[in-house]
Ligand binder design. Structure first.
Ligand code: HEC
Length: 128
């Protein structure tokens, strides 16, 4: 948990006012996810579940996607802190997850990716 504190400090001084720059950088980072995940109005489940409306969502809750029981039973509600922790090292946060991804360590990249992801509501529309 100790690595979470600097992240929280960063979030505290710059609340969710994402700049266009963050989002553009986040969209580049999203390229690391696209082989397995979709987002947006036409998003479907693929190798991984679609990621519309991620923040506020219970882990393992997308209908029609066959999650591992590790993910389903993790008890996580995705928010900026749990997501940041997860994406640094998915297998450490959810032991037994079937998401095969090395992780993103860079705090700024995680922040940018978060700004990109949080644009999309549950139906995949971009929230203004
Ligand atoms: C090689 C394929 C692959 C890549 C690349 C990948 N994921 Fe995943 N992801 C998965 C799979 C498979 C699951 C389902 C995990 C389970 O059921 O254990 C998942 C689950 C997730 C979840 C949990 C969703 C939920 O509904 O609980 C999040 C969040 C997530 N991925 C985000 C990302 C992000 C962001 C990236 C890019 C930085 C990424 N993933 C890259 C395959 C991948």
């Amino acid at each position: 948990m100790k690595h979470l504190w600097p992240m929280l400090a960063v979030l505290a001084i710059s609340p969710s006012l994402a700049t266009a720059q963050d989002i553009a950088a986040g969209e580049r980072s999203w390229n690391k996810c696209r082989a397995c995940h979709q987002i947006g109005e036409t998003a479907k489940n693929g190798v991984g579940p679609m990621l519309n409306g991620l923040f506020g969502r219970q882990s393992g809750s997308i209908e029609g996607y066959s999650y591992s029981s590790a993910n389903k039973n993790s008890g996580i509600t995705w928010d900026e802190a749990t997501f940041a922790d997860y994406i640094k090292d998915p297998k450490a946060k959810i032991p037994g997850t079937k998401m095969v991804f090395a992780g993103i360590r860079n705090e700024q990249e995680i922040k940018d990716l978060t700004a990109f992801l949080r644009q999309f509501d549950q139906s995949g529309k971009k929230v203004p």
